[in-house]
Design a protein around this ligand. Sequence first.
Ligand SMILES: [Zn+2]
Length: 172
Amino acid sequence: MNQSFEYCPVCTSKMALGENEYNSCTSPSCSYVQYENPTPVVAAVIEYGDKHVLLGHNRAWPQRWFGLITGFLEKHEHPDECIIREVKEEVGLDAEIQSFIGFYTFKRMNQVIMAYHVKATGDVILEDELDEVKIVPFEKVKTWPAGTGLALKDFLENLGYEVEELSMDSKI
Ligand SMILES: [Zn+2]
């Protein structure tokens, strides 16, 4: 999550909310503005097996939360490459991009999510961040009304499924 600077990283003067609504340097001789641009993140709706989606559980999450596989772009990396790499790294599967689902803003984390539908093959091997996956038939997937949940909902609804959305209490 982005943090608002208390002091200007250029001239060390105090920062304050400026007329532009951004956290800005208060020194008249400095024009530094902290724009807090969103961080781009890739997310994968992983189709694993026939009409099943693979969801992952992060160690740090409450027990019943499962989500899409996500990741940050490496320097100069194209999102298409990033999504293949992240699926391999996080769940050990070989992914092939099927389609781009869309862009989603995730306000709480100040992220822009780029969501893909990928088909994946191989055996699931979990890396450190994830401790469990579940593989759910498309018709039984429940989504959540934020971040990657919106991408998953769009993906399923585009295929004609009626999707039940969990409340915010039960998911991020
Ligand atoms: Zn400054």
